[in-house]
Design a protein around this ligand. Structure first.
Ligand code: GDG
Length: 738
């Protein structure tokens, strides 16, 4: 088992230089706090140290590296210009506001984007310097969304996980980003992509579908023939650290001193990084309104507002700080008295002991972000109540990811000032038994789903997806399997080749009539047919006229409409059974209705079936309409002998008396074959695979479960296999990946 390489923008240790002295301090923020308590035996953390590279003298450089290495960290050098354009620029002026639904704060500048790409490439080099193929690489957050694919290009087999700590926006927001495709492609380089909650998973999958055209099956995508899993892993906290912090004497003495100072006043606490997503201004306005509406609470309540400095070089943050301080000043000026200030404001980071002491003594926590990936402060507040009879009330915004797990809190809309005021009053007056009851339920949940468990679950899913990929890889046609096939082919005196057409011999195209065989394919088939030992059968879902036009001149057999029509080599088309097709008069008008309602869709009529095509329609609409049409047709044709089949961007309604399998059987039973080779790509070909003898050589084109013995990645790979058999290329010239 290899090492765990954690990659994030910042290292968990921040280096700074003041008056010529180097300082090493723990980094603040959700990611740093959460990951800090994970101890993997063999782990390296790769990230930026916090000091611009041109500010590090050569003599300090070695010193810093050694100090950081001792703590399992490997620094990535970033210049001041990188930090300006990548971190303060693209990350915090484009991605952060967009992903938090603040599009009007976003700027879209190519210069910043290019720097984002360059810095991601720098991280890629740093990881490649260290990584071994068997390592697990876990990349964190929105600053490094291109890194998974960059690494994948250099290390195709390595295990890459990605976790996004902020929300993933809906398609409507993401589409505003000029570089949305690159971002999605970058992320899809990972094997496992994790988000805090299921809504973000949904948004991501829908964007991947609409922008990259890749559909998922139960959260698993197939990207360049690699399985990618997407799932929700709500991040927890180090529960014990907060639950029993009181046992630490410094914490206890901070609690005592705070309790003395506050006397009988109720404390409402509010702690966040100073960020516009955290809703600090809205919260202050609600508190102002509370003091106006409930004068009886004046003198009796104090709001302790901690705003931790963050991204101070971004103008909107500096602006926000001014607005907050102005509002705090106005509220204190309006209601304050000589012996009481309604708001106790701090613009700094508190030491851990002071932070938990504050959690412990606070009667209410007012946490009302406008949008927040998760929000760990809310969870920490509840955990810190274990040793104080679990008393205290959490007022939490429904826009925080944490609201899904903390439903016993007073959940509010952060824009609804009246409701926040109501919640403050409800919290201040809540029966202590009810407070304990609510908090204990949340504590139980938080103590189970801790940050350790979160990391463990992520790593376990990581192993699962790698194992699944391995299993598929073992079925994938490789050199040794090809060798076996070539050997059996050479030795066989009679061979049967059952080949599907679209998606197997020919790529899918947006207009089915454009999938005509090209020169290469015609050459392959001609050579196969020329060999008298071969019986070649093309088994397709297409209509017989198209097959005749495209392949009719070749010396082979044809099966049309999934087995309804058969044309044996040298013979005429024969209908397998005469089928009644008057159902078409009922089904066709329904299909037409759906065609009119779905731009880009059209109907294809075959002798025994009707097919609704939606490959050219907008994907989400197409999917919705397919379900609806399927429902409508199934309902109407319940008692008819009809099958309704969903294929790749099609819905086909047909009489069911035969299928590709029943057609294939006609040849399988015909004589003794020394070799049977069958190839197909979709569910209709599974009928062929199902009737094959065990010794047959069957290949499914593409990934996914199948009755076939082997998988080939693409049509190109399938064609190469056939070219090897015909002797036009040699085995060694062929790649497994197409
Ligand atoms: C991002 C996402 C997601 C805060 N003030 C002090 C301090 N903290 C610690 C808290 C907490 C962490 O920082 C803040 O975490 P949050 O989750 O609340 O917020 P972000 O920093 O915005 O984190 C967020 C998170 O990543 C994890 O995925 O939940 O949605 O935005 O742990 O304790 N720590 C100390 N002094 C402070 O003054 N010592």
């Amino acid at each position: 088992m290899g090492r765990l390489l954690i990659v994030s923008n910042r290292l968990p240790i921040t280096v700074s230089k003041r008056s010529g002295i180097l300082y090493y301090e723990h980094s603040v923020g959700g990611l740093a706090t959460g990951m800090a308590c994970l101890k993997h035996d063999n782990q390296v953390w790769i990230g930026w140290s916090g000091l611009a590279s041109e500010k590090i003298h050569a003599k300090d450089d070695r010193n810093i590296r050694t100090q950081l290495e001792k703590q399992g960290c490997a620094p990535v050098g970033l210049s001041s210009a990188d930090i300006r354009d990548y971190y303060y620029g693209f990350c915090n002026k484009t991605i952060w506001p967009l992903f938090h639904y603040f599009p009007y704060y976003c700027i879209y500048e190519s210069k910043l984007w290019q720097r984002y790409e360059r810095v991601n490439a720098r991280f890629c080099e740093a990881v490649l310097d260290i990584a071994e193929p068997e390592d697990r690489i876990w990349i964190h957050d929105y600053q490094l969304m291109l890194l998974p694919q960059m690494l994948r290009e250099h290390l195709p087999e390595v295990a890459i996980g990605f976790f996004l700590h902020i929300p993933f926006p809906s398609f409507e927001l993401l589409r505003l980003l000029p570089w949305r495709t690159e971002i999605l492609r970058g992320l899809l380089g990972a094997d496992l992509i994790g988000f805090h909650e299921y809504d973000y998973v949904r948004h991501f999958l829908s964007s991947v579908h609409r922008i990259c055209g890749v559909e998922h099956a139960l959260g698993t995508l197939t990207v360049d023939n690699r399985l990618v899993r997407v799932d929700a892993f709500p991040m927890g906290i180090d529960f014990e650290k907060y639950a029993h912090a009181r046992q630490n004497s410094t914490v206890q003495s901070r609690i005592d001193s705070l309790t003395r100072k506050m006397g009988s006043r109720k404390i409402i606490v509010s702690i966040d990084r100073l960020d516009y997503t955290k809703g600090i201004l809205h919260r202050l306005e609600a508190f102002d309104w509370f003091l106006t509406c409930y004068p009886n609470y004046r003198q009796k309540v104090c709001l302790v507002l901690v705003a931790v400095p963050s991204r101070t070089r971004v103008e909107s943050y500096a602006d926000l700080r001014r607005q907050i301080e102005h509002l705090v000043g106005r509220i204190n000026g309006t209601y304050g008295t000589i012996d009481w200030m309604p708001i106790s404001y701090m613009y700094r980071s508190l030491p851990f002991e002071e932070l938990v002491a504050l959690y412990t003594v606070a009667d209410v926590a007012l946490i009302t972000p406008l949008r927040d990936g998760m929000n760990l402060v809310a969870k920490e507040y509840i955990a810190a109540k274990v040793d104080s009879d679990s008393r205290g009330v959490l007022i939490l915004s429904e826009m925080a990811g944490a609201a899904c797990e903390l439903s016993e809190a007073l959940v509010v809309n952060p824009h609804d000032k009246e409701r926040i005021v109501e919640a403050i009053v409800q919290a201040l007056e809540m029966d202590p038994r009810e407070q304990s009851h609510r908090n204990r339920q949340m504590q139980q949940r938080l103590s189970r789903y801790t940050v350790q468990r979160w990391a463990h679950d992520f790593m376990e899913s990581f192993e699962q997806i790698k194992a699944q990929q391995k299993k598929l890889a073992s079925r994938k046609i490789n050199r040794s399997i090809r060798k076996q096939l070539v050997e059996s082919y050479r030795q066989a005196r009679r061979r049967l080749l059952l080949l599907d057409y679209d998606g197997t011999l020919q790529e899918f195209v947006s207009h089915p009539e454009r999938a005509k065989p090209d020169a290469e394919l015609l050459a392959i088939l001609t050579r196969l047919c020329k060999d008298r030992k071969n019986e070649v059968v093309i088994i397709s879902g297409r209509d017989k006229d198209t097959l005749t036009e495209w392949l009719g001149d070749l010396d082979l057999s044809l099966v049309a409409e999934h087995g309804n029509w058969i044309r044996k080599q040298g013979a005429q088309w024969r209908c397998v059974e005469s089928m009644v097709v008057d159902w078409k008069t009922i089904v066709r008008p329904i299909m037409e209705l759906y065609m009119d309602r779905t731009p880009g869709s059209f109907i294809e009529e075959k002798d025994f079936s009707l097919v609704w095509h939606c490959r050219r329609s907008e994907p989400d609409l197409a999917r919705l309409r397919t379900y609806e049409l399927r429902d409508a047709v199934v309902h109407l044709t319940e008692n008819m002998n009809l099958g309704v089949f969903e294929g790749s961007k099609i819905l086909e309604v047909k009489s069911i008396t035969s299928n590709k399998g029943t057609a294939a059987e006609q040849w399988i039973r015909q004589e003794h074959w020394d070799l049977i080779l069958a190839a197909g790509d979709d569910y209709t070909d599974e009928d062929i695979f199902a009737v094959l003898p065990e010794t047959a050589f069957s290949i499914k084109i593409g990934q996914g479960g199948s009755r076939a013995r082997y998988n080939a990645d693409t049509v190109t790979v399938m064609r190469s296999i056939l070219r090897i058999l015909t002797g036009t290329v040699s085995e060694t010239d062929v790649s497994d990946h197409g």
